[in-house]
Design a protein around this ligand. Sequence first.
Ligand SMILES: *Cc1c(COP(=O)(O)O)cnc(C)c1O
Length: 469
Amino acid sequence: MPLQFFKRKGDNDLKSVPGADIYTSPYMKEGIPLNTMPEKSRLPENVYALLKDELLMDGNSKQNLATFCQTWMDEEVHKLMDDCIDKNMIDKDEYPQTAAIEARCVSILADLWNSPEAATTIGCSTTGSSEAAMLGGLALKWQWRKKRQALDKPADKPNLICGAVQICWHKFARYFDVELREVPLEEGKLTLTPEDVIARCDENTIGVVPTLGITFTCLYEDVKAISQALDKLQKDKGLDIPIHVDAASGAFIAPFLTPELEWDFRLPRVKSINASGHKYGLAPLGVGWVVWRDKSDLPEELIFNVNYLGGNMPTFALNFSRPGGQIIAQYYNFLRLGKEGYREIMQANMSHAQYIADAIKSLGYFELFYDGHGGLPGASWRLKPGTNPGFSLYDLSDRLRMRGWQIAAYPLPSKMDDVVIQRVLVRHGFSRDMADLLIADIKRAIDYFVKHPITVPLTREEAGGYAHN
Ligand SMILES: *Cc1c(COP(=O)(O)O)cnc(C)c1O
């Protein structure tokens, strides 16, 4: 619910005076109703000034180390976003070049993820990984149902197997009536194991979703081991269960930093992959991708044909109208950075994350949970178990906010909900200098708590807890 700031009784009919100084205009001096539409029009520069000032109350995104989403862009991306403000992704015939660029992005990603049919396979842009996950999940459900119907067997109890997934999979399961068989996180068992997957498989399993870059922990799940276990299950029991990889973040990191890691279409059982263009894809907010291994993995019944330059353009999406700028910006990044650029950016991100992890460890108060090696460019830690240093991680996040830092502190899910961790994510736009500033601020905050120990620690609710996924 939006906060009700400065609700006023009515519009006092304050006119903006052309030529007047912005802050001496009646509008700025007296204020205006904010929750009702004013009767009169205003000068654009006055309204702009008002909104610009209000937006200062938002956190500063560069210091937001809680989000995976990209917040820094080349100047040229800002220009392209402006150039594309009027492009509607669904109008394939009005904006055929935008549509062509979207298709090129799909081919680039299919190739990056080693599809055997990269040039001809099918895929699409979405508003983010969440929509992409819905589409991937729906394709699994449809394929499964067709198989069941062909065997004349009931198809009313689909289930999907996963580990500690992002909330979008809970949404998928609820919105589309699929039972989610979620393997809980346990101490010492932080990723989905092949045994846990196999134990939950049956003839109603529409697919398995491993995550490449778990939001809670930054770890990669072992897609290859899960795929091999499913191969064996097929041999033993005849169950042929496909994999969809949720690689929201990892799909733009693993291909550059660990190209030998087989998590993608090199594994024949991987039928589809989703990724967030607006996370480590480095595009501005509002773009995700889903790509199928080859055309036959997307059931035709899910495709709607939109008239396109006299021909037919297949579309598969939950939305109709959607902005095109993010997709153009995604393609700009592919062309501008190339594989070399992505590799260097991801390497720099990883090295900053590892640097922060080392510094945190040397402070003596924390136990590293993830040290920035082998997964996403981030670090996470908990307070050393059994110690009481005079502050909680919520208190620490709260105090760091005084210097503008937004650092997620949250309990882990399921069986590990008694473990609270703090996590930082490093993104393009972060420097070694900023890492040093952060570390100095963490030390300063701890020094403060040593002098002024907290007697009643903040709870999660009081701390506000920045979104961590
Ligand atoms: C962020 C994330 C999502 C959701 O992606 P959006 O692009 O924010 O919709 C899904 N899965 C994982 C693993 C994520 O990290």
